[in-house]
Design a protein around this ligand. Structure first.
Ligand code: NAI
Length: 270
């Protein structure tokens, strides 16, 4: 159901790789709510992904950018304002990748140049995106910037590896930059802490299938899907949440507040 919540709003959506991506669902929902946007992804992902289909479906243009490159980001932001005809109202950072996870390196056996690369892509890139937006004065007042995170930033999930540390950094950047963006430009900055979701990035985590089933049983409302996340993001981009900023917002069906569920007790009482 659409409510025109984003009518007239313009933005950038990073990270739509394929139709499972959280950013893909978000792009579809933002489009349905009347928002217009530029789609961006790493140049390497553009060749593999089906982002062109999404662009056609949503009437969007694609501007490649490696989110670790300040030059790419500056060019993307300038080009986006040109394409969209003015400053931006929303930005979604939906980017993550751990080289240690990809190469099967255990948390106690990290290769630190892998760690540094994963941190740059998954965490520092959020600061880089915001610094580029800030310096270009590219955000309209009451704009909204959202990044995606996971609860491993607060609690240990052993196979989440160095992404846990990356997410802790990302959440801290949202608070710190949110202060300056709020004070100087009346722009809000939040992170959404999403349930495990079957996407390319999600399924890269070891033991993901067992883990997603466990989370489903532990969450009173069940896991939040990628589409649920898209809906929540639309609300954060809309004018209905103008005073929500510098928050890490759990979007997980209640998982983060549940000590144990009856289903899990029953399983261990067998
Ligand atoms: P995905 O694999 O569909 O999206 C990750 C995106 O990051 C891809 O589009 C990829 O091309 C992009 N990317 C990687 N390196 C990049 C670079 N250097 N520059 C620009 N883009 C780059 O997976 P998903 O799950 O949609 O991930 C989106 C976000 O959601 C990530 O931040 C992820 O950590 C987060 N998240 C995912 C959860 C899950 O279980 N899938 C749970 C909680 C958070």
């Amino acid at each position: 159901m659409a409510y025109d919540l984003l009518k007239g709003k313009k933005g950038i959506i990073f990270g739509a790789l394929d139709e499972n991506s959280i950013a893909w669902k978000t792009a579809e929902s933002v489009h349905a709510e009347g928002g217009t946007f530029v789609l961006s992804n790493a140049p390497i992902a553009m060749r593999m992904g089906q982002i062109k289909d999404l662009a056609a479906k949503t009437g969007s243009q694609i501007v490649p950018a490696d989110a670790t490159s300040e030059d790419d980001l500056n060019a993307l932001i300038a080009k986006s304002m040109e394409i969209l005809g003015g400053k931006l109202d929303f930005v979604l950072h939906s980017i993550g990748m751990s080289v240690n996870v990809r190469k099967g390196r255990h948390y106690t056996d990290e290769k630190y140049d892998f760690t540094a690369k994963g941190w740059d892509v998954s965490a520092l890139s959020f600061h880089k995106v915001m610094q580029s937006l800030y310096k270009a004065d590219a955000m309209n007042e009451w704009g909204s910037i959202v990044a995606l995170t996971y609860m491993a930033a607060q609690r240990v999930f052993p196979d989440y590896n160095d992404m846990a540390d990356n997410k802790a950094y990302l959440e801290s950047v949202a608070r710190s930059f949110g202060y300056f963006f709020g004070k100087e430009k009346k722009v809000r900055v939040n992170t959404i802490s999403q349930s495990p979701t079957p996407t390319t990035a999600g399924q890269g985590v070891k033991g993901f299938d067992g883990f997603i089933s466990y989370a489903e049983k532990m969450s009173p409302l069940g896991n939040a899907t990628a589409q649920d996340c898209a809906d929540y993001t639309v609300s954060l981009f809309s004018d209905l949440t103008r005073k929500v900023t510098m928050q890490n917002l759990f979007h997980d069906g209640g998982f983060s507040s549940t000590g144990v569920s009856q289903e899990v007790i029953d399983y261990f009482s067998k």
